[in-house]
Design a protein around this ligand. Structure first.
Ligand code: NIG
Ligand code: FE
Length: 391
């Protein structure tokens, strides 16, 4: 059993309140940590570091937990740059372009879809992401949803059945028949490949009763609920998510005081997707208001070809700080431990004894630089399960 000592850590962000300086981020300066069998075995000040078989010197760089990107749609084909340009010329985002990606995805081979997802996952790893969640939702037939999830499964165990993304064009005049399919044959075929069930609960996608129906069917099939809600306007999505004990409700741009109260008194995480707000020129979700109310906040990319074509968690962190009123510490916590909580995981999102040895080394003396130097590729190496996976 080989042990590896990482030393010369100028600033270690543990996200473990019991460690370090007992701040939100559990910071340790002049730190070191030991990894054994893919897990963190020791964390502390460099002066107290135990001996190990190997040594990696990090030259005073900051180390943060690997980012947990708890909301992506990375299995798809095609692109929508023309739709993006139209939006930047004044068109509104309505989600109507999802059908374009559904058509491209249905006609793509498994190989094309796998290659595209692999490219995006590698890109994410280069910017410090060590866990991704991936949703289906661009197939919308039993065959295609199942194949998207099987492909997603080859990249992550955090897979989400999103057959209720939109009603596909061929069911436009019979949405009940589509819901029967989603809650019946499609769910049965997809459940073995998914951990979660999700619904796009929004005007133009699925309504309140439809959302309840799909979540109930998914739970009946052994999946755990999460939800897209309150992105384009106010609605009952947040209340439904909390009522169902969803791990997370995502977007949360339009929230009433009741929504805020519900979130702050439940275990449902509010996952904010600033890159989607940015890329749709929508208003930004109010991270400050959620945090002040006591809600748990996560940050994720929402990587998809329509509303948010980025894999960069550092970009998301910078946006959250610059546009959502979050401090650099709150944003980093939301992108790591918050994401882990949104996936109900306690083995990731922290650098603490027993956790998976997932971390990013920054070419910077402090995590603050992620927001302070926006757009600069600061991640110099990404390690997952104790192995170097990027740079
Ligand atoms: O989370 N909101 C629904 N789904 C995606 C957008 C998908 C698309 O536009 O292709 C989202 O933003
Ligand atoms: Fe999404």
């Amino acid at each position: 059993m080989t042990s590896r000592l990482f030393c010369g850590v100028g600033e270690l962000v543990t996200c473990d309140k019991t460690a370090g300086d007992e701040s939100l981020l559990g910071l340790i300066h002049d730190a070191a940590f030991v990894v054994e069998q893919g897990r963190v075995a020791w964390v502390g000040h460099a002066c107290g570091a135990p001996a190990a078989d190997e040594r990696v010197e990090l030259g005073g760089r900051a180390v943060v937990p690997g980012f947990v990107d708890s909301h992506t749609h990375m299995v798809f084909a095609g692109e929508r740059s023309a739709e993006f340009s139209a939006r930047m010329a004044g068109e509104r985002y309505t989600g109507g372009g999802i059908a374009t990606t559904v058509a491209a995805t249905r006609s793509a081979s498994d190989e094309e879809l796998r290659e595209n997802a692999a490219r995006l996952c590698a890109e994410a790893a280069r910017s410090g992401t060590t866990t991704v969640e991936i949703k289906s939702g661009y197939g919308l037939t039993t065959h295609d949803e199942r194949r998207l999830l099987a492909i997603a499964r080859s990249f992550t165990s955090e897979t989400t059945f999103l057959g209720a993304h939109i009603v596909p064009p061929e069911y436009a005049h019979d949405r009940d028949a589509y819901l029967d399919l989603v809650c019946g044959e499609m769910l049965t075929a997809c459940a073995p490949y998914a951990r979660w069930v999700d619904v796009f609960c929004e005007t133009g996608a699925f309504g309140e009763d439809e959302t309840v129906r799909v979540l109930s069917a998914g739970i009946g099939a052994g999946l755990m609920p999460r939800l897209h809600a309150n992105q384009l306007g106010p609605g009952a999505g947040v209340a439904i998510a909390v009522e169902f004990g969803a791990a997370s409700v995502d977007h949360c741009v339009y929230l009433t005081d009741d929504d805020l109260e519900a979130l702050s008194t439940s275990a449902t995480v509010a996952t904010l997707l600033p890159a989607a707000d940015f890329s749709t020129r929508g208003p930004f979700a109010d991270g400050r208001r959620l945090l002040d109310a006591g809600a748990t906040v996560a940050l994720a990319t929402d990587c998809n070809p329509g509303s948010s074509y980025t894999t960069s968690m550092p970009f998301v962190i910078a946006l959250a700080v610059h546009q959502m009123g979050m401090t650099p510490a709150e944003a980093l916590l939301a992108a790591t431990a918050g994401g882990a909580q949104a996936l109900r995981r306690d083995d990731i999102g922290r650098i603490a004894v027993g956790c998976r040895a997932d971390f990013a080394v920054l070419d910077a003396p402090s995590y603050v630089y992620l927001a302070y130097r926006p757009g600069v590729p600061l991640v110099s190496a990404t390690w997952r399960d104790g192995e170097r996976v990027a740079r």
